[in-house]
Design a protein around this ligand. Structure first.
Ligand SMILES: [Zn+2]
Length: 73
């Protein structure tokens, strides 16, 4: 199983790639709102800690998604 640990470099890459916007709702990540680098496919579902499985997400989108593969809004 892949480690859930996301290195500082990988975190930086994901944030830069997302242009500091939540990749789900496009909310800007510069407003002091809590943002997290999220596993698109969670580690518990076999997702890997690689750039193509990570996205930048605001706390609302991340909480709504949880560790499931996806959710319906
Ligand atoms: Zn969001």
């Amino acid at each position: 199983m892949s480690s859930p640990y996301i290195s500082v470099e990988l975190r930086r890459l994901v944030i830069d790639r997302a242009d500091s916007l939540c990749e789900y709702c496009l909310f800007p990540g510069t407003d002091g709102l809590m943002f997290q680098v999220d596993h698109i496919i969670s580690v518990k579902h076999g997702g890997s800690t690689t750039a193509d499985n990570l996205c930048y997400a605001c706390i609302f989108c991340n909480l709504q998604k949880g560790s499931d593969l996806g959710s319906i809004n």
